[in-house]
Design a protein around this ligand. Structure first.
Ligand SMILES: COc1nc(N)nc2c1ncn2[C@H]1C[C@H](O)[C@@H](COP(=O)(O)OP(=O)(O)OP(=O)(O)O)O1
Length: 209
């Protein structure tokens, strides 16, 4: 399968899960490494943070940022989760995303991590306001609608707000369900200077037959 430029290093088996847009892929000159980390408890709720400053201000997202010189992406993801939400978690990589913005020289390569438990006290930081959201049925895999979860949802889940897709990056709706389904995913999305998604492609590890 021919992957979009920027994702060509991935060599695992993949099936296409979404594609769209009309333009050509946006040109970029260099690539910067970022991380994005999610804590997902009981497959029913996810911790997101409201970005309070900088790139993506006003949007809900996982916790993450640039990979510093000398760090591995996993080390950066653990550091950013601690800095931005005050917690430590056994993160594992669950996907890779690539974003380019029209007119911006540097594209983002984002290694995405998830964990299903954490230690510490969730704490608001200068950069992020953390909050739990319930994972609504249409973002769960078909085999795991909320009514047929392996375990009873934790008490209080029903009181949580659903994931606020309307206040998140437009690419998120394509890969969040793959992450919640525990499928490894890759994807590229290109944006206009005013943050409209111009072109996108997403793929994931095939479902077991
Ligand atoms: C463009 O589409 C994006 N979608 C999603 N879902 N997430 C994105 C997108 N573009 C960037 N991100 C993520 C990647 C990072 O987790 C953050 C941005 O990191 P930030 O700019 O805050 O990096 P820091 O190193 O923390 O920056 P400071 O210099 O402010 O500390 O968004």
């Amino acid at each position: 399968m021919a992957l979009p430029p920027g994702l060509s290093y991935y060599d695992g088996p993949l099936v296409e899960t979404a594609n769209g847009g009309v333009s050509d892929w946006v040109e970029y000159k260099n690539v910067k490494a970022y991380t994005n980390a999610f804590v997902i408890v009981d497959d029913t709720k996810v911790l997101l943070g409201l970005k309070k400053r900088g790139f993506g201000r006003g949007l809900w997202n996982g916790f993450g940022g640039k990979v510093d010189l000398g760090e591995t992406p996993l080390q950066a993801a653990v550091r950013e989760l601690e800095e931005e939400a005050g917690i430590t978690a056994p993160l594992e990589q669950c996907g890779t995303l690539f974003f380019a913005v029209d007119g911006v020289e540097a594209a983002f390569n984002i290694d995405v991590f998830r964990a299903h438990e954490y230690t510490g006290t969730i704490t608001e930081s200068d950069e992020m306001r953390p909050q739990w959201f319930s994972i609504q049925g249409d973002l769960l895999p078909p085999s795991k609608p909320s009514a047929t979860l392996d375990r009873a949802p934790q008490e209080g889940i029903a009181a949580l707000p659903p994931i606020p897709l309307e206040q998140m990056w437009a690419d998120d709706e394509f890969w969040l369900p793959l992450m919640f389904a525990r499928r490894y995913f890759v994807g590229r999305a290109d944006f206009s200077a005013d943050n409209k998604m111009l072109k996108w492609w997403f793929g994931a590890a095939p479902l077991p037959s």
